[in-house]
Design a protein around this ligand. Sequence first.
Ligand code: COI
Length: 361
Amino acid sequence: MNIKITQTDQSRISELDFNNLEFGRVFSDHMFEMVYRDGEWVEAEIKPYGPITFDPSLMALHYGQAIFEGMKAYYADEDTIHLFRPTDHHKRLNNSAKRLCMPEIEESVFMEALEKLLQLDYKWVPETHGHSLYIRPFMFASEEYIAATVSKEYRFYIITSPVAAYYKEGFNPVSLTTSDEYVRAAKGGTGEAKSAGNYGGSFLPARKAQQEGFTQVLWLDAKEHKYVEEVGTMNIFFLIGDTLITPQLAGTVLPGVTRRSVISLAKDWNLNVEERRISIDEVFEAHKNGSLKEIFGAGTAAVISPVGLIHHKGETVTLDREKIGPFAKKMFDAITGIQYGNIEDTHGWIHPVQISTAVLY
Ligand code: COI
């Protein structure tokens, strides 16, 4: 694909304080944009990051045809940036697109856009271990028309943001509460797509949870309010005895790329891994009988985030630990070790982008 490149004449990088990064507040100098019109993606362009203008009748604003991805780039050395499992993110983007009746994007186009954008903005990839460049590809319906129907036009963007930890807790365990009032996803819905509406719909319950002093909601299934699903910003894992258990993917849980990486590494370490239905009662029971060793979340933004407490119907599971548990720590070290290039990538998860070849013009 022919990507037109217009470089900024005023880089903002000197305004960035790499020692005080927040999640998702600052965006690098450039963004990728393309338009879907008359059945094809056209006008691919990398240009200075900045506002985009539309009519108030933009369809995405009315009917929520909007999807996104979250992935990361890591500083490996002065010549190399590592993308972590970008083709898995690309596949998930296309799966989300299919569910929302949106056009797919060819892998070669997605990868070229990513690589060229990174080569231009490589200085925005933080060098500190634990920090990274968060990459947010997103697509939305851009026809200007307010009939409730499938849009004929779409925009696809990639923006990037240098980030530190997602949760302000860092490695301190987060606290979760279930909700007996709200659900995130029901079978047949959009739960396994990374669609904007899934997140918007979870904000009220999340706000209520935060007002009660919890970090996030631990979602239960919509039908019985009994089986654990996910956290919305991450998938969830329980280490019970010597078995690592995570809810299976059955249409309502986001198929996390970090989730899949955790499962592969745990299997490499000969741990028994079960992807199955796990009820909240089973978690509480395991806590009572002493077999619940660790709980942690896994996601691109969150990486591995220890869970110290789960509240459910007036009862609480508390893991008496101020910091990350030993298994979650081992997993965090392994995943980040691969991401930054300090541990051999035996799975082919790393896609290196060479900076020294960044001669674009
Ligand atoms: C991610 O982990 O990349 C996410 O998309 C979660 C979130 C920041 C909404």
